[in-house]
Design a protein around this ligand. Structure first.
Ligand code: PCA
Length: 207
């Protein structure tokens, strides 16, 4: 069975949970003939990138789906690109707080995700799940892993990142959130979209 690597993050920034960790635990072990290989990443610039790239080498996945939380957003947002920039508003969980440094010296400013972002968004919206594409994965650890993995796989493996909002249980009452069940259904749908694209590339995406 071919592998799909799916990563999520631990809690950070004063939160005691990260919705992506809960979602990772809820995903099935396999879907539609693909083994879903789950990896929980620390919210640390250096180690998260290293661990994600090492998993790509070890698993030779057919696709890589990276998940992270974007507090304050109100929709599930597949990212179109990663940026060669680290800026930490708060230090990462290892205490590292880079202030406008490149992720990879001399690397391209942007690397573009290989997942079918437009199709994921439309399939989520068809199910009534709030979704929109994003071209700004931030400058924190999520972007670092996205950029690092895209650089590592060099276009040979479709890889990308999906940010999800807070969930109610996190108690950020003044900020947007989605119900956990909505996000869980959304990520399952997105994984299904990626698998569909692997099986029949380029169908019904207008190309
Ligand atoms: N979100 C952070 C890092 C970990 C996470 O879930 C980010 O957007 O960079």
């Amino acid at each position: 069975m071919k592998n799909i690597l799916i990563t999520a993050f631990e809690a950070f920034g004063g939160d005691t949970l990260n919705p992506t960790e809960l979602i990772l635990n809820e995903l099935p072990e396999s879907m539609d003939g693909y083994a879903l290989k789950k990896l929980l990443l620390p919210v640390e610039y250096v180690r998260a990138r290293e661990l994600a790239c090492a998993a790509c080498d070890a698993l030779s996945p057919a696709a890589v789906i990276l998940l992270g939380q974007a507090g304050g957003r109100s929709a599930i947002t597949p990212e179109t690109r990663g940026r060669n920039l680290m800026y930490a508003r708060i230090p990462d969980n290892a205490g590292y707080g880079p202030d406008h440094l490149p992720l990879t010296e001399g690397g391209p400013e942007y690397l573009y995700a290989g997942l079918p972002v437009t199709k994921i968004v439309s399939q989520l919206q068809e199910k009534g799940i709030p979704a929109e594409s994003s071209d700004d994965a931030g400058t924190y650890v999520c972007n670092a892993v996205l950029y690092g993995v895209l650089l590592h796989v060099r276009g040979k493996v479709p890889a990308g990142f999906i940010h999800v909002p807070f969930i109610r249980e996190q108690g950020h009452e003044d900020l947007p959130f989605l119900e956990f069940e909505t996000i869980r259904r959304g990520i399952l749908t997105a994984v299904g979209t990626v698998i569909g694209e692997l099986k029949t590339p380029g169908q019904d995406d207008g190309s």
